[in-house]
Design a protein around this ligand. Structure first.
Ligand code: IDP
Ligand code: MG
Length: 140
């Protein structure tokens, strides 16, 4: 299986409730290595740009406001099939539909405040990683 990097964001609902460590433990238990990580407070411009693909969706403005409502942790996770593996560890977008044991099932507050973001394809992972990290930060 190929080793991949994927972008993860621990969202403001989770940083507010001090869940960073518990969420990171889920990644590590699943075999994902946290190879880069930093805490940021996104500007409105950054959040709008990051979620540009959702611009036409009815929840876009609320999503941007939510993502700038507190600090986030942006991180690069590495492992075999990391993109898909991370999506499995995260669980479904709507916590009501998420499987038992997933991050969203255990921690999400709502379909919007759902604790984590994860890239949905290898192509998007590479784009999203370069949005937040310089090459020198990933040189391990
Ligand atoms: P994903 O995060 O599981 O990939 P996407 O469809 O890419 O889900 O949506 C991006 C984010 O937008 C979600 O994680 C969630 O925070 C928010 N979102 C998605 N659908 C809804 C909705 O129906 N209402 C409110 N917020 C939503
Ligand atoms: Mg998505």
């Amino acid at each position: 299986m190929p080793t991949e990097n994927t972008l993860s964001i621990i969202k403001p609902d989770a940083t507010k409730r001090n869940l960073t460590g518990l969420i990171n433990a889920k990644f590590e238990k699943a075999g994902l290595k946290i190879i880069a990580q930093k805490r940021l407070h996104l500007s409105k411009e950054m959040a709008e740009k990051f979620y540009e693909v959702h611009k036409e969706r009815p929840f876009y403005n609320d999503l941007v406001d939510f993502m700038i409502s507190g600090p986030v942790i942006v991180q690069v996770l590495r492992g075999e099939n990391a993109v898909k593996l991370n999506r499995d560890v995260m669980g479904a977008t709507n916590p009501v539909e998420a499987d038992t044991g997933t991050i969203r099932k255990e921690f999400a507050e709502s379909i919007e405040a759902n604790s984590v973001h994860g890239s949905d394809s290898l192509e998007n992972a590479n784009l999203e990683i370069s949005f937040f990290f310089a090459g020198i930060e990933l040189s391990i």
